[in-house]
Structures are given as structure tokens and as C-alpha cells.
Design a binder for this molecule. Structure first.
Ligand code: SAJ
Length: 405
């Protein structure tokens, strides 16, 4: 079986590396963070994802997965590093460039390099250009390079790694074929071949599609607020039409993907991507709208106690990255709006961005419900859905997810 080197041991790289190791591949996981490397080598994990701990422990115990700070030689190199944006929403592919430099000395003729990171159009070709410069001793066609974008949903990563269809786009047909054959060994979904650039744009399109659709729901929620119509009822009614399927309005769009990737399209095609840009702006405006709603609600009280339920970017996970809930709470804390309590059952302590202000406490749900005058529901975690409605009696409730209708 192939030897695989996975660069980047985050939400995509670590599940992929441990899945492959459990399938019998020899896997070298690489990360620049020594703490992450040590954690994994102990058979433990640094991120929260259902069942990932068991998979990593068994991968490490089998001897098939080891983590290190730098790569070694392998048959297949998978790059799964972050692609954030810089100021002005300019895509930052420096982690991909650094990962390419890191693997370059270990490459040999016949190796396959797969880019899994969500990337702006042209990045896979850029890897090919960088490698040509870094390894002029290897014939250009002797290294196979393909983009196979990750498409897993946090919370269901281990299942989706196997069952999702995969798009595989090589820099040439031979690269596409070689990468497709690799995924065929552990993916039960269909492997769909294309070119690298199309694969790149297809991943960005999936997330932009979702962003635009959420923006439609969020815009409706703003329209409804002005017209004093319940957006949740409106949505249910409109969705009875056989060809209408409006997504859920909420406090904004979080996570490291949907709030980021559409900007890569806007950057590549600023003149054309008007709807995609507007959707981003609508979704990014939602946290401010909620802050204003909370501020308006405090007018009724002299010393309002405000309980903010949920900090994660979406339901039933502990991931706070780009979370609109955190953004809303941070603004309330910054503006000293009332006495603030936060409830987030999935984390042990407040993130530094909130804790450093000193005027907010992370508390248990029961305590928050008891003490609060105003309850702001920010994340539709199951524990909040299960709250006995009696406990909300007499409180001012701002339900940004529509779970208590
Ligand atoms: N959200 C709403 N209303 C909705 C649905 C979602 O406000 O109706 C919000 C969520 O609360 C959250 C954000 O949108 O803040 C994003 O959540 P999500 O569940 O839609 O998506 P992610 O970011 O967890 O994962 C997405 C997925 N992409 C798509 O569904 C098209 C996943 O398949 C990708 O692999 C992932 O991005 C990624 O890594 O790109």
C-alpha cells in the first residue's frame, strides 16, 4: 500500500490521516505546531469531532500513523493547510506555498501531490510551477499534481470523508487518473474527474451557493422585522411550495469556510461576482443587527442581566472560528451592554477575545436562565432546544434561530 504524507493536521488533515492509517496506509502526519504533533503521537486529539479520538488512538496504536514537524518521503503527499484571506479579502495561499516548499526536498519521480485545501482558481497550477522551480532535477511530467477539494461537514467529518462524492482535477489527465485511483481505495462516493481549475471553482461554488441562500433567508428576516412579520412562519408557509426551499435565518454565517470562500470568487471576478459579494455583506451585517436588537431590549431595565446562549459557529459543535455568536457577545461586552452571562456547554472556559474584558462570565445554563432578564439565543444547540419553556416565562427573549417558536 502507498505511503502517504499529510501536511496540516487540522479539521481535514487529521481525520484524513487517521482514516488512511486505519485502512492500512503508512501515514506520516505533519504539522508546524509541536503541541499538535505531541498530542497526536500520544494518540490524543486537539480538536473536537465526534469519534475522531477513537480513530486517532487506534491509528497511532497500530503504528500506521506518526506525526512530525517535517515531511518524509512518500508516494502520496496531501496538502490540507488553511487558506484564509488577508486584509481586503485577498486570498492568502502562503500556507500552501510553505507546505509545497516543505515537501519539495522529499519528492521523487512518480509521486502524487494532492491539494485538498479550499483554494482560489489557479493554485494547483501554482504548486506545479513552484515545484518545477524547486526541483528542476525531476521531469515536470514525472510528478502528478491534482486538486481534490475537501467537502466534509464539521460534526459529520468521518462519515462524509468516505461517502461524499469527490471531485478530482489534475493539472493533466495523467494526474487526474492517478489521484482518482488513490481516492478509489477508501471513498465509497463517486469520484468525478475534471481539470484542476474547475475543481477549484466547484468547491468555492458549493460554499458560495450556500452563502447566497443563507443571505436570502437573512435578508428576509430583516425585511420581516421591519414589517412585523414572523420570519419563521413566513418561511414555513413559502417552503410549502414544491420548488421553494428557503434556508434558516440566523445571527450570521460563521465557520472557516462559508464566510471565507465566496471572497475567493469575488477576488477572481470582481466585476461579475456581484450577487456573491452582496450575499457576504448581508450575512456579515447580521451580528450588528442582533446587537442593536439586544441594546433596544435593555431599555426596559435599569440593570439588565443578559444571558447569551451559545458561542459556537453552529449547533452541537465546539468550534468558535468566525462565530457570529462570539462577534455579537464581544460587541456587547465591548459596549458594556448590561451584566453579561455566556453559556456554551461545549467549552471549558471563555476564549481570550471575550475573557480579557473581565465583565462577562461563562456559567451553567440553569444559572443563566435563573438570573437573566434578557435571553439571547445565538446557537441552536440541542440542550437549548430542550429547555423547559416555563423557564423562559417573564423574560425578554431574542431567539435568533427560531427554535422556541
Ligand atoms: N447557517 C445558517 N442557516 C442555515 C444553514 C447554516 O445561518 O440554514 C449558518 C450556520 O449556523 C453556520 C454557517 O451557516 O454559522 C455555516 O454552517 P454550515 O453547516 O452551512 O457549513 P460549514 O461551514 O460547517 O461547512 C461547509 C459545508 N459546505 C456546504 O454545505 C456547501 C461543508 O460541506 C464544507 O466541507 C465546509 O463548509 C468546508 O470545509 O468548506
Amino acid at each position: 500500500m502507498d505511503k502517504v504524507c499529510v501536511v496540516g493536521l487540522g479539521y481535514v488533515g487529521l481525520p484524513t490521516a487517521s482514516l488512511l492509517a486505519n485502512k492500512g496506509f503508512q501515514v506520516q502526519g505533519v504539522d508546524v505546531n509541536p503541541r499538535i504533533v505531541d498530542t497526536i503521537n500520544r494518540g490524543e486529539i486537539h480538536i473536537h469531532e465526534p469519534d475522531l479520538d477513537v480513530l486517532v488512538t487506534s491509528a497511532v496504536n497500530s503504528g500506521n500513523l506518526t506525526a512530525s514537524l517535517s515531511p518524509t518521503s512518500a508516494d502520496v503527499f496531501i496538502l490540507a493547510v488553511p487558506t484564509p484571506f488577508q486584509d481586503g479579502y485577498v486570498p492568502d495561499i502562503s500556507y500552501i506555498e510553505a507546505a509545497t516548499h516543505a515537501i519539495a526536498p522529499y519528492l521523487e519521480s512518480g509521486n502524487l501531490v494532492i491539494l485538498e485545501s479550499t483554494s482560489p482558481v489557479g493554485t494547483t497550477e501554482a504548486i506545479s510551477d513552484w515545484l518545477r522551480e524547486l526541483r528542476p532535477d525531476i521531469e515536470a511530467d514525472a510528478i502528478y499534481i491534482a486538486h481534490c477539494p475537501e467537502r466534509v461537514l464539521p460534526g459529520q467529518i468521518l462519515k462524509e470523508l468516505i461517502v461524499n462524492d469527490r471531485i478530482v482535477g489534475g493539472i493533466n489527465p495523467a494526474s487526474t487518473a492517478k489521484a482518482a485511483a488513490f481516492y478509489q481505495q477508501f471513498v465509497t462516493g463517486e469520484i468525478v474527474p475534471t481539470q484542476a481549475r474547475t475543481a477549484e471553482l466547484s468547491k468555492l461554488t458549493e460554499n458560495a451557493f450556500r452563502d447566497v441562500n443563507i443571505a436570502f433567508a437573512n435578508e428576509l428576516s430583516l425585511i420581516c422585522q421591519g414589517l412585523q412579520i414572523d420570519v419563521w412562519e413566513l418561511r414555513e408557509l413559502a417552503n410549502r411550495h414544491p420548488r421553494v426551499n428557503i434556508l434558516q435565518p440566523g445571527p450570521g454565517v460563521g465557520g472557516h469556510c462559508i464566510a471565507v470562500d465566496p471572497w475567493f470568487i469575488v477576488h477572481s471576478a470582481p466585476e461579475q461576482a456581484l450577487l456573491i459579494r452582496t450575499a457576504r455583506e448581508v450575512n456579515d451585517s447580521k451580528p450588528d443587527q442582533i446587537v442593536n436588537q439586544v441594546k433596544a431590549a435593555t431599555a426596559e431595565f435599569q440593570h439588565p442581566v443578559i444571558a447569551c446562549l451559545g458561542l459556537a459557529y453552529k449547533a452541537n459543535i465546539d468550534d468558535l472560528r468566525e462565530s457570529p455568536a462570539v462577534e455579537i457577545v464581544r460587541e456587547l461586552v465591548r459596549e458594556s451592554v448590561g451584566h453579561l452571562l455566556a453559556v456554551e456547554p461545549h467549552i471549558p472556559s471563555l476564549p481570550a477575545s471575550l475573557d480579557s474584558w473581565g465583565n462577562i462570565q461563562l456559567v451553567e445554563l440553569d444559572m443563566a436562565l435563573q438570573k437573566a432578564d434578557i435571553i439571547v439565543l445565538l446557537v441552536d444547540h440541542q440542550v437549548f432546544k430542550d429547555i423547559d419553556r416555563e423557564q423562559l416565562q417573564g423574560k425578554t427573549v431574542i431567539d435568533t434561530r427560531g427554535i422556541w417558536r
